[in-house]
Design a binder for this molecule. Structure first.
Ligand SMILES: [Zn+2]
Length: 149
């Protein structure tokens, strides 16, 4: 049976800062991110399946990624867990959507995090083929399963 790749696109707006960066990115700033999620699998051939002919229902893919990534990060501010305690407390006291991560929140590190989360949440019948994360209209990162066996 033929292997087919399917892709769905997502958008979210998020703020971050890159502490220690040697340029403007050390300051709090935001991006309108776009994430492409590409899966690979065989279209379901069971005539009795309601998903006949689908690798995965786009609706199911949408809800998996929305729940894992978009709902958490959209209109959020990412801070590192090693940020000063008083900064974290003040941000959490004044804003609802403060997310702490244990890595420098570059798009490179974010896409690694996303890949791990998505791989763990997918049904057995499909595999994550690659991710593409636009941070600006001219800059993006990619994660490929083949590069990370
Ligand atoms: Zn940035």
């Amino acid at each position: 049976m033929a292997k087919i790749r399917i892709t769905k696109a997502y958008k979210f707006d998020m703020a971050h800062a890159l502490p220690g960066h040697d340029g403007l990115c050390k300051n709090i700033h935001g991006h309108s991110y776009e994430l492409l999620v590409t899966l690979i699998g065989e279209p379901i051939s069971d005539n009795d399946s309601p998903k006949l002919g689908m690798v995965i229902d786009f609706k199911d893919l949408k809800s998996i990624i929305k729940g894992l990534i978009v709902d958490e990060l959209d209109h959020s501010m990412i801070l590192r867990t090693d940020a000063p305690d008083d900064l974290i407390q003040i941000m959490k006291k004044n804003y609802e959507r403060i997310i702490l991560v244990d890595y420098q929140p570059t798009s490179e590190n974010m896409i690694i995090d996303f890949a791990e989360r998505i791989k763990a949440a997918l049904p057995e019948s499909v595999k994550l083929h690659h991710l593409k994360l636009w941070e600006t209209v001219t800059s993006y990162t990619e994660w490929y399963a083949d590069d990370n066996p």
